[in-house]
Write a protein that binds this ligand. Structure first.
Ligand code: ZN
Length: 229
């Protein structure tokens, strides 16, 4: 058996090398050829993504969230990365971004002192159409590096909300009110939660989820997103 595995691995790596020779990998953002030490996105593009302030807080003081932290400021490059993860199921890209999110967790005490990771749930119809939840893809590398378990299916999105983009801040809060329901309170009661999502704008959606979690007995809830709009 080990020989079969070894042979399979050899064939696979030879095939990949051949594929890279015929179709050299290109940067997802600028389409330049990638150097052997670069993966998916070239170093120039990667370094041009603007880092968000490390202590970004939720907008508004009446929020139930105990902080919102983001990796990058929203911009063209970040938008394209998120689009690839969200709609084209680019798992390798989600791993690369998730690795950066995990570094942010390691550097930041507020993000580090949690018990569980909860990917912001999608409504089941949207999840069915997309086939996966992008926040879950992003949570996997964070969980692997930070060691906190991912708790899924304890909280559900029970209201299929309108896209928030075109709504005013006030309407956003109304739109997501009651959108989340904790279906398994035992898994969140007394737990400090790290909520993971792709983008935060006003924080209304994350806040609605935090509110539901706290009503079910969760402790501190902090959010971590890829981008801050
Ligand atoms: Zn590039």
């Amino acid at each position: 058996m080990p020989f079969v595995n070894l042979a399979r691995r050899f064939i696979q790596s030879t095939f990949n090398a051949l594929l890279n020779f015929v179709y050299p990998p290109l940067c997802h953002l600028c389409e330049a050829y990638l150097h052997p030490d670069e993966k998916l996105i070239c170093n120039t593009c990667w370094q041009s993504l603007r880092r968000a302030a490390p202590d970004a807080q939720a907008a508004g003081n009446d929020f139930d969230l105990d902080g919102v932290y983001s990796l990058w400021e929203f911009g063209d490059g970040v938008q394209r990365i998120i689009h690839e993860i969200k709609f084209n199921r680019k798992k390798s890209l989600a791993d690369k971004v998730g690795f950066e999110l995990a570094s942010l967790v390691a550097e930041n005490q507020a993000l580090r002192e949690v018990d569980v990771i909860i990917p912001l749930p999608l409504h089941h119809t949207r999840r069915r159409i997309r086939g996966y939840n992008q926040s879950h893809l992003l949570s996997i590398p964070i969980s692997a590096r930070a060691g906190f378990p991912i708790v899924e299916a304890a909280v559900r999105r029970v209201k299929s909300t309108k896209p928030q983009a075109r709504l005013s801040a006030r309407k956003r809060l109304d739109n997501v009110k009651g959108a989340f329901m904790v279906t398994d309170p035992e898994r969140v009661a007394g737990k400090r939660v790290l909520l993971v999502d792709d983008v935060v704008t006003t924080g209304a959606t994350l806040n609605a989820c935090a509110l539901a979690l706290q009503a079910a007995g969760a402790g501190r809830v902090v959010a971590l997103t890829v981008a801050k709009a």
